[in-house]
Design a protein around this ligand. Structure first.
Ligand code: MG
Length: 311
């Protein structure tokens, strides 16, 4: 059993935690209502660099959580812009990506440059072969290589996925031999920027009070552990309870879904940690050869298991 104290703030992954395939996960709306009623700080944290903060406000309103503002969201696109602004404010960029990454760079006053960019930036999207060829040429000429997020694939429906920014980056890494730098989860810079936003104007709270709630071990949970935050794994997304034995890092606690967290905050009851139940039951599973990869993603809805990220 663990207990979240009165003093707490929450970073929330979205897909697999709040919604799945454009359907709200039960308990998600109640959890956000509970946060707002109790004045608990929360921030949605997503590796999808395609939507803008405004897009996400509209999306969640359509799904059944109205009244959010752009400041409730932090994306890997914003993280990439924050990174460039921090390390090299006078840079220019050639972008292979759509939507959020383009507007984040514009807001950060980082100009588009298809001749001699400081950076080639790969984000989520469906680029043309011509665009990939240009990125390849610019990397060969010495541009630095940054990727908004390391995800190899993204959910695109109940039984299908699409290639993610990590897969596009792998293509260009292979063709140029240039190794990319990946922003977004699990990069600690994502968590550092997110915590800054989450805790702004709340001097009574510190990093020790922050929980990351996520469904993916390689990104949400790994990043939280490496940055020193508490991590709550929910089982409504890409991870099953029995998969935990395959990972060297572990969440602080495992809960069935966000409804459990909402009930816990409302009723002040201890949070039931499914992981310790699992360990107490002494469930030991023979590992098949396909399970040996640490980043094995077990969702049987997809025919081919493969790592969520390889970096
Ligand atoms: Mg997720």
């Amino acid at each position: 059993m663990i207990s979240t104290s009165e003093k707490a703030a929450y970073l929330l992954d979205m897909d697999g935690v709040i919604y799945r395939e454009n359907i709200l996960i039960p308990g998600a709306r109640e959890l956000i209502d509970q946060f707002r009623e109790s004045n608990v700080p929360f921030l949605f944290l997503t590796n999808n660099s395609m939507p803008t903060q405004e897009d996400l406000v509209v999306k969640l309103a359509h799904l059944g959580i109205p009244g959010l503002t752009p400041e409730h969201f932090y994306t890997s696109a914003l993280n990439t812009a924050d990174f460039l602004r921090t390390v090299q404010p006078a840079s220019t960029a050639f972008v292979v990506g759509e939507g959020g990454i383009v507007s984040a760079l514009r807001d950060a006053h980082i100009p588009h440059d298809n001749m001699h960019p400081t950076y080639v930036i790969v984000g989520e999207g469906t680029p043309t072969v011509e665009k990939l060829n240009r990125a390849h040429e610019l990397l060969e000429r010495g541009a630095r290589f940054v990727v908004t997020n390391p995800d190899n694939w993204c959910p695109a429906g109940p039984d299908k996925t699409r290639p993610g920014a990590g897969a596009l980056a792998a293509y260009l890494e292979a063709s140029t031999g240039v190794r990319a730098y990946y922003l977004g989860k699990p990069n600690p810079f994502m968590y550092a920027c997110a915590c800054q936003r989450l805790l702004k104007g709340r001097p009574e709270l510190s990093m020790a009070d922050v929980f990351m709630v996520g469904d993916t071990m390689e990104t949400d949970i790994r990043g939280a552990v490496e940055y020193g935050l508490k991590a709550l794994l929910v089982l409504t997304g890409s991870t099953r309870l029995e998969d935990l034995e395959n990972y060297v890092y572990q969440p602080t606690a495992v809960i069935a879904d966000v409804r459990v967290l909402g009930d816990h905050l409302r009723n002040k009851q201890p949070l039931e940690n499914l992981h310790s139940l699992h360990e107490r039951a002494g469930i030991v599973r023979e590992r098949s050869s396909v399970d040996r990869h640490q980043a094995y993603v077990p969702d049987l809805r997809y025919r081919r298991a493969r790592p969520a990220m390889t970096k």
